[in-house]
Ligand binder design. Structure first.
Ligand SMILES: Nc1nc2c(ncn2[C@@H]2O[C@H](COP(=O)(O)OP(=O)(O)OP(=O)(O)O)[C@@H](O)[C@H]2O)c(=O)[nH]1
Ligand SMILES: [Mg+2]
Length: 187
């Protein structure tokens, strides 16, 4: 794990962060995308009350992928446990794009996402966000989530279905984010 992070990644790299609640699959997604080419920050999970899984992330995790066409991304995973909120804020602050990973069927998801979006909106340089719906969900469930988010004062945020274990689905989600970023930079 790197102990610090430059405001800008190395030349030609676009930094995208992965945020989401504990156990949603941020580390899984980084592994799916980067394989062995990632620096994980997992330790045995002592907080089994929050989630029963064996390991949990306690710092920033890094990976890198080449999307082709000269587009290289540095991916930074954040820890989901609330006590590491400060790491998430630090990671968000240094990113140009964000995959906000949620289970849209979880009743807590709209509040969680609204809180993250408010945090992102307060940053000096606001990164662009795509919500990733990480568990099976119907179109109606996705729409219900989007409208619950809108009820909390947030405009339209793209919601893309992608399983953290499925590399191609994640690449598709990243492709949408990169396209939006390139549109933004041309505006
Ligand atoms: N059913 C299901 N399980 C998943 C999915 N994605 C990840 N998992 C499993 O859920 C567990 C949690 O995944 P992690 O990648 O550690 O979650 P995380 O978001 O990094 O969690 P923290 O680092 O603790 O915040 C692992 O056992 C994964 O195999 C998914 O899409 N569906
Ligand atoms: Mg993790």
């Amino acid at each position: 794990m790197s102990l610090w992070m430059n405001a800008q990644p190395a030349a030609g790299l676009v930094r995208v962060s992965l945020v989401g609640p504990m156990g949603i699959g941020k580390t899984t997604a980084l592994r799916s995308l980067c394989g062995a080419l990632m620096a994980a920050a997992d330790v045995p999970n002592l907080d089994r009350a929050s989630h029963s899984k064996e390991f949990t992330t306690v710092g920033a995790e890094f990976g890198e992928i080449d999307l082709g066409g000269g587009e290289r991304l540095q991916l930074v995973g954040s820890p989901g446990q609330e006590r590491f909120d400060f790491v998430r804020r630090w990671v968000l602050n240094a990113s140009v794009g964000v995959l906000l990973m949620v289970d849209v069927c979880d009743a807590r998801a709209p509040d969680y996402a609204a809180q993250c979006l408010a945090e992102i909106a307060s940053l000096e340089s606001e990164p662009l966000v795509v919500v990733v719906s990480c568990r099976d969900a119907s179109e109606q469930q996705q729409e219900a989530f989007s409208s619950a988010l809108a009820d909390r004062g947030h405009g339209i945020v793209p919601v893309i279905q992608a399983d953290p274990r499925d590399r191609q689905q994640l690449l598709d989600a990243l492709g949408v984010l990169v396209s939006l970023l390139s549109l933004q930079s041309q505006a």
